[in-house]
Design a binder for this molecule. Structure first.
Ligand SMILES: Nc1ncnc2c1ncn2[C@@H]1O[C@H](COP(=O)(O)OP(=O)(O)OP(=O)(O)O)[C@@H](O)[C@H]1O
Length: 260
């Protein structure tokens, strides 16, 4: 069981946005995708959830080319929390979360008692009990983000792919959402800007720079001060956090350097 990307290239005009990306996310792993603004993280994730159509046979889910899976099959296997979620029409929070059951439904099948129970559980997990009848568009950015996570959980898929899931969230929800994801029995592949969050929650980190994978391994192997200097252009101190036992990065903002 794995998510496999093989030699994925993507160009816009003469610009190479993704350059020979190959990676494997194995069953049960929590893998973070990090790299500076514009390095291609969202573009890579958009290929995995088919917003962009990969050329040839490049992306495989449990051995199946994702382009050959029906929308329903893909939704049953892989849940997505993308960055932009602009809606033309308003829905209630309950409706938004219920959309996560699409892959489990027969044509025109209504919501079951199990669906409603699961919806309550997912909303409880993201701290939104009592929001069921609220209009989605009236919510704050962070509340919307948590509704989208509840929808992802409703999908009960084996794989969850997320583009910056902690965007818009206050510090306590950033950790809560990462905790919720970590405690699911699923495989997670997520872009993450906060390197300390990535270090705390990820089994492995894939480091992207100018459309190429430049490093891959455990947080300790990849989030070194050398890589942070080289690819983010900032000096950092990397130490161990005594409370968590995990690595802790401190940035030294007076020490911005040249990238690359
Ligand atoms: N439609 C487009 N036309 C031109 N350039 C594009 C287009 N879409 C993406 N790009 C460029 O591709 C590069 C990769 O963008 P992408 O959104 O994947 O980066 P990212 O790593 O997710 O960035 P961020 O951390 O800022 O979210 C950027 O330089 C971006 O400007």
């Amino acid at each position: 069981m794995s998510l496999l990307v093989k030699h994925l290239d993507y160009e816009i005009g003469n610009d190479r946005i993704l350059d020979q990306i190959s990676l494997e996310i194995r069953d049960g792993e929590f893998v973070g995708l990090v790299g500076p603004n514009g390095c291609g993280k969202s573009t890579l994730l958009k290929h995995i959830y088919r917003t962009y159509k990969p050329k040839g046979q490049t992306i495989f889910l449990d051995g199946n080319d994702i382009m050959e899976l029906s929308a329903k099959k893909l939704a049953g296997a892989l849940a997505v929390m993308a960055q932009e979620n602009q809606l033309e029409f308003d829905f209630t929070v309950r409706d938004m979360v219920m959309f996560g059951r699409y892959a489990h439904k027969k044509f025109l099948e209504g919501d079951t008692a199990k669906d409603r129970e699961l919806c309550e559980k997912c909303l409880r997990e993201v701290g939104l009990t009592g929001y069921e009848t609220r209009s989605y568009l009236s919510l704050s950015g962070g509340e919307k983000q948590r509704v989208l996570l509840a929808r992802v959980l409703m999908q009960e898929s084996r794989y969850i792919v997320l583009d910056e899931p902690t965007n818009h969230l206050d510090v306590s929800y950033q950790y809560q959402i990462m905790d919720i994801l970590r405690n699911q029995d699923v495989t997670v592949f997520s872009s993450i800007h906060d390197l300390n969050l990535a270090a705390l929650y990820c089994d492995r980190i894939i480091f992207l720079y100018q459309g190429k994978i430049v490093d891959c391994g455990t947080p300790e192997e990849v989030l070194t001060k050398e890589n942070i200097r080289k690819y983010f252009g900032i000096e950092a101190q990397v130490t161990r956090n005594e409370a968590t036992g995990k690595m802790q990065i401190y940035y030294l903002p007076g020490w911005v350097t040249e990238k690359g």
